[in-house]
Design a protein around this ligand. Structure first.
Ligand code: CA
Length: 224
């Protein structure tokens, strides 16, 4: 869960906005002055800082400038209409975005979500599932019914290529050029040998690696 810090001296605004952010799934801590805000923001516990400009103790631009010396945490400046000239100053001090008061909590939530999504992209799953077979492209680990089994790198690449295109028939020549590439292998029987080895490792699921007579091989999800 992403944790936010709202640095805002007007309690009224915090009370108005914080429940919306919480409802949107964020945990929110609050600070009522610039010095406390800076200290909390430096802790590294927050995914985003909501920072008012006019603050007692230390103003928002200074807080942001100080924070930037040690942290790259995203900062969203909250600024009054009358302070719009300060926005430029806000960006100079390292803010990522700004929102002009009065803003709706909904508007703020949308903006916060957009910054969070940009700053913390979700890691795309490296796991490819094909029936009982899973291939983890990060660790090069293969599993059947969640039980890991060993494949050579070429066997893994061959299975991965076919698993990415279910039910597509691959001619031997294509498998050779895509998996072996520039390595000097001209014999299509190399593919047959690897397919045989893979089938042995697939055990009871060997039937999913199908021979398409006269054409090549394919992975058939329904045939196991
Ligand atoms: Ca203020």
């Amino acid at each position: 869960m992403h944790k936010l810090l709202m640095v805002e001296d007007e309690e009224r605004i915090r009370e108005f906005v914080v429940p919306y952010l919480q409802k949107a799934g964020f945990e929110v801590d609050e600070a009522g002055d610039g010095i406390t805000g800076l200290e909390m923001a430096r802790s590294g516990r927050y995914s985003l800082i909501l920072l008012d400009i006019m603050l007692p103790g230390m103003d928002g631009r200074e807080v942001c400038a100080q924070l930037r010396k040690t942290s790259s945490v995203p900062v969203l400046m909250l600024t009054a209409k009358s302070e719009e000239a300060d926005i430029v100053g806000g960006f100079e001090s390292g803010a990522d975005d700004y929102l002009t008061k009065p803003f709706s909590p909904r508007e703020l939530t949308v903006r916060v979500k957009a910054i969070i999504a940009r700053a913390y992209p979700e890691k795309k799953s490296a796991i490819l599932e094909f029936g009982p077979l899973t291939l983890d492209t990060d660790s090069q680990q293969a599993a059947l019914d969640a039980k890991p089994f060993a494949l050579t790198p070429k066997e893994f690449d061959l299975l991965l290529l076919m698993a990415r295109h279910p039910n597509k028939t691959f001619p031997r020549e294509q498998l050779l050029s895509e998996v072996w590439g520039y390595e000097a292998v001209s014999d299509a029987r190399t593919v047959d040998t690897h397919v045989k080895q893979i089938r042995e490792k697939l055990g009871v699921y060997r039937g999913m690696l199908e021979t398409v007579w006269g054409k090549g091989y394919k992975l058939n999800e329904n045939n196991h």
